[in-house]
Design a protein around this ligand. Sequence first.
Ligand SMILES: [Zn+2]
Length: 318
Amino acid sequence: MVDRPSRLQTRRQILKTAIGGTAGIVLGTPVLRLTAARAQAVSDGAGTGTLRLSDDLFVVRIPGEANVVAQIDGKGVLLVDGGSAAGSDALMKAVSSLPAAGPVHTIFNTHWHPEQTGSNERLGKSGATIIAQENTKLWLTTDVTWSWNGKRFARLPKLAQPNKTFYTTGTLESGIQYGYIPDAAHTDGDLYVYFPKQNVLAVGDVVSGEGWPVVDWQTGGWIGGIVGGLQRLQTIANADTKIVPGRGPVLSLADIKKQAEMYSEIYNRLSQMLNKGRGPTEAVEAKPTKEFDAVMGNGDEFVRRSFESLWAYLSPDA
Ligand SMILES: [Zn+2]
């Protein structure tokens, strides 16, 4: 069993907010929008190479790895996420070949998952500032086991742990803004990083630009939080903001709105089943994602985890 910090009150509040916040949303045409997003993925070369967002800001893509945002400044390089440990060498090579690149002086961990924190150890050793929300640090300093598949994640060594944490928001000297996304869309330690000059918003796995997301309820994520997080991001982004998700192509505010509608609909369907006393297997059999699966992929695993996440939030000992 995971040593989970108690956040009962927060969870109750989040649940209330999410339910209130999703009321009145009308299901739009997410399939069309998501198809458009996929077309963009082809045209901007998602999956390979480096995408330039502005003079000094890039999305570095190593095949098989999550998106990494790199900003070049006078002091070196700032990263949002650092890929997996296995992909770290390739990532650092790609980053060092960016125009005018220097040493990495700062890295944000958008959350604790190993797909984002695999460069922490080398960067910690070289003296970089590792910024994370306090809950992310808590997960990185404890062993985590996913109860649905037994997968185990060992805590990071001291040098690899975040060395600058925050609770709500922060601003770097350079003007870069960052903040907590408290809805628990993906984990309970999610953060965003906003580059105001370039109007780029990096959001990690709070948004998936590529297929159904992992619903990691073991460390706080839940389906209501996906909806809440997508709604919150709409208050941070504007119509021209480039939104960089953990995986997949760069998205727009319109894409985020459509995603919010889709997940809101799925959330409502799952909640109704929960209220009728149904279980995860029945939820999967009901195919509550069926009209989205052609674009998003098979939804069974996502539905099962999402349903379990409702249990995690609603059960008395959650
Ligand atoms: Zn993740």
